[in-house]
Design a protein around this ligand. Structure first.
Ligand code: MUC
Ligand code: MG
Length: 373
């Protein structure tokens, strides 16, 4: 115990431009909106966290604005005065107080861990038990909406040795158009890259059965969330018949979802996202369920900036089994940084800092420039 007390928790909405429009089935991003948390403690330590989502309310049940409102009105007042170094007690209190709200809770858990790491002089990965690898392989998402542009982008990433795993965002177009797009990209890249798709729930089961077969036969390595999270029987069926493995993403909105998917055999890979489980510690509970059930793991993203990306990375780097790598490329999709030292991407990998906490410092001038007023 250090006797440090939580003095305040502030949520800032920060709007940053993207390097190009990023087209998902449900939303085209022209910018990304980060929710950055600052947790100040009585010993002078500040913890930072991030509670970012995609596309306002288009992707999940929390928007940047609702996350900030719920933190300001409910979560922050509950935490003020609590011991800063008892993360179990703090998160238990929030779980009693608020149903769901995993995005908000994830940023708070990250900030508590960052503060505790700074206080003890340890990286967050060491607070979580210690890292079992040096770095994390990182996929890139091709989502310009144009096949030729996506191929050129992939070639550039291969040349730069930045990414050799590509995820294609599909689902918005008629199925055959999307299939032609994916097959053209796989043909162009061949064995030089792993090509995967994310349908973001946009197919129905009749479309998905045929499309998954075509994708598998054309060398696509993984199919993410082809149908609705609500169609459990369909997910179980698809997971049995698809020649390419099916990954659950939207199907996991909390740790309990992960357990019930595992029991039903509804997916053979889980996308791990700190935001959808309630933080870096919470996401490891989902990972452990998967490991016990023989389900493979992938380190997912809600396209967070550097803070949320490294909060995820510190958790994922403690995992022995991360068969499908990660997609922790969020900071690379943004034209601007709000930390003094950006995360390091080299040789297809993200290198996770070994400095205390998350290993990041907010750049006050840049935060002030981009914060929404
Ligand atoms: C998702 O659905 O996985 C992750 C990468 C990306 O481009 O979009 C996200 C969300
Ligand atoms: Mg997804």
């Amino acid at each position: 115990m250090t006797n440090a007390i939580i003095e305040s928790l502030d949520a800032l909405i920060v709007d940053l431009p993207t390097i190009r429009p990023h087209k998902l089935a449900m939303h085209t991003m022209q910018q990304q909106t980060l929710v950055i948390l600052r947790l100040r403690c009585s010993d002078g330590v500040e913890g930072i966290g991030e509670s970012t989502t995609i596309g306002g309310l288009a992707y999940g049940y929390e928007s940047p604005e609702s996350i900030k409102t719920n933190i300001d009105a409910h979560l922050a007042p509950a935490l003020v005065g609590m011991p800063a170094d008892n993360i179990n007690a703090a998160m238990l209190k929030l779980d009693k107080l608020a149903k769901g709200n995993t995005f908000a809770k994830s940023g708070i858990e990250s900030a508590l861990l960052d503060a505790q790491g700074k206080r003890l002089g340890l990286p967050v990965s060491e607070l979580l038990g210690g890292r079992v690898r040096d770095s994390l392989e990182v996929a890139w998402t091709l989502a310009s909406g144009d096949t030729a542009r996506d191929i050129a982008e992939a070639e550039q990433m291969l040349d730069l040795r930045r990414h050799r795993i590509f995820k294609l965002k599909i689902g918005a177009n008629p199925v055959d158009i999307d299939l032609a797009h994916v097959i053209a990209i796989k043909k162009a890249l061949g064995e030089r890259a792993s090509v995967r798709v994310d349908v973001n729930q946009y197919w129905n089961i009749s479309q998905a059965v045929r499309a998954c077969r075509v994708l598998g036969e054309n060398g696509i390595d993984l199919i993410e969330q082809p149908i609705s999270r609500n169609n459990r029987a369909g997910q179980v069926h698809l997971s049995r018949v698809s020649p390419a493995p099916i990954m659950a993403d939207e199907s996991i909105e909390c740790v309990e979802d992960a357990l019930s998917l595992a029991i039903d055999g509804a997916a053979s890979i889980f996308a791990l996202k700190i935001a959808k489980n309630g933080g870096p510690r919470a996401v490891l509970r989902t990972a452990h369920i998967a490991e016990a059930a023989g389900i493979a793991l992938y380190g997912g993203t809600m396209l967070e900036g550097s803070v949320g990306t490294l909060a995820s990375a510190h958790a994922f780097i403690t995992l022995n089994q991360l068969t499908w790598g990660t997609e922790l490329f969020g900071p690379l999709l943004l034209t601007e940084e709000i930390v003094t030292e950006a995360p390091l991407y080299r040789d297809f990998h993200l290198h996770v800092p070994r400095t205390p906490g998350l290993g990041l410092t907010l750049d006050e001038e840049r935060v002030a420039r981009f914060v929404r007023r």
